[in-house]
Design a protein around this ligand. Structure first.
Ligand SMILES: Cc1cc2nc3c(=O)[nH]c(=O)nc-3n(C[C@H](O)[C@H](O)[C@H](O)COP(=O)(O)O)c2cc1C
Length: 257
């Protein structure tokens, strides 16, 4: 059977509209699921950083929930380091960093962080009534992408307990080795701050040695010096005066109770 040109155009148009409606309604209906999964993945990574879960462990939502029972989510004021009574449930740090009313321009930094939120969401691992570990968010540019992760810091506000990245676009096998459990296992026990109280922890080119021998150094990622330097830069920024240094000092003094 032969059709004229108008019929062909109308038919193709109808197919396009039907497909567009199908794809966009799928995207809208899945959006909530995606957001929930992203939030769950972040929570899993808080657990990984704090050593409350091992990489590779299959943690479903209820297990994450169970392990989060001993964790306090707190919104702190980045300018003073003090805890606030802002409800952490609805707090979106990335959104706060974009809104001029709740953020300011970041000082010049090598991590390419442009805006600093006034507030930040941190996680305190409780040992009874006392927080024993603080997990703080970190982010900064590597080679291709912004890396987003968490750093866990011990009660002294100085000893690293773990690091994880939950989102980045670095090359698998090169910068993507930030996800390698062997590399992450090099971090616990290293110290953040130098003698003058400045962030001194850095990823070097080559091999660093044990935390006792090289408390402020971590092995570089082979063939990925740019990503390695990105990790150093983001720690330098987020653990410094504009970042979590004031909060960690109060955490160490027990004031963050
Ligand atoms: C396709 C491709 C992907 C790369 N991906 C990364 C990367 O993710 N991170 C990184 O630091 N370097 C990456 N590099 C290498 C950098 O260009 C650069 O050579 C390297 O960071 C230098 O590190 P090195 O001195 O340890 O070799 C990539 C190179 C190529 C060709």
């Amino acid at each position: 059977m032969r059709h004229n040109a108008l019929y062909t155009i109308l038919f193709s148009g109808a197919v396009c509209v039907a497909c567009a409606v199908l794809v966009s309604s799928a995207a809208v209906s899945l959006k909530e699921n995606q957001l929930r999964n992203a939030a769950l993945d972040k929570q899993r990574n808080v657990l990984f950083a704090a050593g409350l879960a091992q990489t590779g462990e299959d943690l479903d939502a209820s297990e994450v929930q169970r392990r989060f029972e001993g964790i306090r989510s707190v919104v702190i004021d980045l300018r003073t380091g003090e805890r606030t009574d802002i409800d952490p449930t609805g707090f979106d740090q990335a959104k706060a960093a974009k809104d001029p009313a709740t953020s300011r321009e970041a000082p010049q930094n090598r991590a390419s962080v442009r805006r600093l939120p006034d507030h930040a969401l941190v996680y305190e691992i409780m040992d009874g009534d006392e927080p024993s570990t603080a997990v703080v968010p970190i982010e900064g540019y590597g080679l291709w992408s912004t890396l987003y992760g968490f750093l866990a810091v011990g009660q002294d506000g100085n000893t690293i307990e773990g690091i994880t990245y939950y989102q980045h676009g670095e090359t698998p096998g090169l910068g993507g080795e930030v996800d390698n459990p062997n590399w992450k296992s090099l971090w616990p026990g290293r110290k953040i701050y130098g003698a003058a109280g400045e962030p001194a922890i850095r990823v070097i080119k080559g091999t660093a040695g044990s935390p006792a021998d090289a408390p402020h150094e971590v092995d570089g990622l082979t063939g990925a010096t740019i990503t390695s330097n990105g990790v150093t830069s983001m720690l330098d920024f987020w653990l410094g005066d504009s970042g979590f240094k004031t909060y960690l000092r109060q955490f160490q003094e027990g004031q963050a109770l």
